[in-house]
Write a protein that binds this ligand. Structure first.
Ligand SMILES: Nc1ncnc2c1ncn2[C@@H]1O[C@H](COP(=O)(O)OP(=O)(O)OP(=O)(O)O)[C@@H](O)[C@H]1O
Length: 247
């Protein structure tokens, strides 16, 4: 594994009025690494991922990407630097195809009759085919609206969009929640594919089984502070639960 972290979060503090949601939290993420974020409700997991991805701005602390200090004014700025976040709602347009979802808001155009700008549907379809193949994810109906897909397939489309736009850091909020067991396995396998491609993955999960199946490390937050950090190979469920609840 590389010695330079892809992402470094140093001493981040974030307050909302009188509430300190994060208090001096630090973590690192290496290329090809999967780090799980765990913690009870209100521990600060969402605030941390939103601070990394430009939704919130830290009151104190620093974020470094490939060794350089970065400050993202907006989620778009974070995306421009290869940090893509996939929230639980997946932000897909159900009535559109995979290709159209990949390009949502950034549609490719071509000129018909040499001058008339029209949607480049061929490029969108080709991108959909290539991207899903890169994820080793086979969908038979590339042109079907994604609203017809299963939960796991929809998750794959959201991941595909991030991959198409060259995400180096993928942040996923509960990617396996609300999925049946076979679908959870597919998502776990997708995460393994992303890892093998050298991307860094941070994911929030309440499911310790999934965390242990897919992560290299686990970062546990408790009431806005770092309760502990463990390599998955050197810990177990009991220890993680104790870190989560404290005492
Ligand atoms: N926009 C906000 N305004 C005020 N307080 C907030 C805001 N967002 C989060 N908080 C507070 O910050 C703390 C951390 O919340 P956060 O949502 O980050 O926790 P979490 O670990 O993601 O919890 P959950 O598992 O329930 O999603 C909580 O006390 C929460 O009430």
């Amino acid at each position: 594994m590389s010695t330079q972290p892809l992402l470094e979060v140093r001493d981040i503090t974030k307050r909302f009025g009188g509430v300190t949601a994060l208090n001096g939290v630090s973590m690192t993420l290496f290329p090809g690494e999967v780090v799980a974020l765990a913690g009870d409700n209100g521990a600060g997991k969402s605030t941390l991922i939103k601070t990394i991805s430009g939704v919130y701005h830290a009151d104190m602390g620093e974020i470094r990407l490939n060794g350089e200090a970065v400050k993202f004014a907006t989620p778009e700025a974070a995306r421009g630097h290869g940090i893509e976040t996939i929230y639980q709602d997946l932000a897909l347009a159900d009535n559109l195809s995979i290709g159209a979802n990949i390009f949502l808001g950034r549609e490719p155009m071509r000129k018909a009759f040499g001058f008339l700008p029209v949607l480049d549907r061929a490029k969108m379809a080709e991108a959909a085919k290539e991207t899903m193949a890169r994820l080793d994810f086979h969908v038979t109906r590339l042109t079907a609206p994604v609203g017809n897909f299963s939960g796991g397939q929809r998750q794959a489309v959201a991941i595909g969009r991030a991959v198409y736009w060259n995400a180096q850091v993928l942040i996923m909020d509960e990617p396996t929640a609300a999925l049946g067991v076979p679908e959870q396995r597919k998502v776990v396998s997708l995460i393994q594919t992303l890892k093998a491609q050298g991307r860094g993955i941070i994911f929030i999960s309440h499911n310790l089984q999934d965390i242990f199946a897919v992560s290299d490390r686990i970062v546990v937050l408790r009431r806005g502070t770092l309760a502990g950090e463990r390599k998955i190979a050197e810990t177990n469920h009991d220890e993680i639960v104790k870190l989560m609840v404290g005492g």
